[in-house]
Design a protein around this ligand. Structure first.
Ligand code: ADP
Length: 164
């Protein structure tokens, strides 16, 4: 049977840290669905459509990794995709506080689900979309941390703002 893992997140925008986790997950599972949360309660820099577009452009070369979007309960999405596995990336122990809460909640509503935590390459330990955006907003580019389409999108976004 095909083993399908779901990698959910905001991906606002997708970074090399996210891609590193997707690659690692793909080594363990036949199919990895990187799914962008269409969560209206969170304020995002990029629209869902834009986050999906960027993620798709970045995983184009990764066979077995696809991009999708979801709203509502993650576990309902897993059921629809016939998956029992959630992938999450963990950069530091501090990430675990929140991740444990979420994994426990997901297990409570869907007991068969397992959350698999993967550690990225050390280069990405201090990388977050939030930090990247803060630096980009102040005018610096960080090409080592961002795939080209995301870098380009951030440049356009903040260049436009600077002109206002
Ligand atoms: P969320 O809002 O769900 O936390 P993110 O897009 O911030 O969405 O992150 C999605 C997943 O990717 C989370 O599991 C997060 O811990 C992980 N992640 C984010 N940045 C990195 C990184 N640099 N290295 C490894 N994992 C990461």
């Amino acid at each position: 049977m095909e083993r399908v893992a779901v990698y959910p997140g905001s991906f606002d925008p997708i970074t090399n840290g996210h891609l590193d986790i997707a690659r690692r997950a793909r080594r363990l599972f036949d199919r990895v669905i990187l799914t962008v949360a269409d969560n209206s309660s969170k304020a995002h820099t990029f629209s869902t459509a834009e986050r999906v577009r960027l993620a798709k452009a970045c995983v184009a070369g990764l066979s077995g990794v696809e991009v999708d979007t979801f709203d509502g309960l993650l576990v309902d999405y897993l059921r629809r995709k016939d998956s029992r596995v959630i992938i999450r990336g963990v950069r530091a122990v501090s990430d675990m506080e929140y991740e444990f809460q979420m994994a426990s909640m997901n297990r409570a509503v869907f007991p068969e689900v397992e959350t698999v935590f993967l550690m990225p390459d050390e280069r990405y330990t201090y990388l977050s979309s939030t930090m990247i955006k803060e630096v980009a907003r102040l005018g610096a580019a960080v090409p080592d941390y961002l795939p080209a389409p995301a870098l380009e999108a951030l440049r356009r976004r903040y260049a436009r703002r600077a002109r206002r």
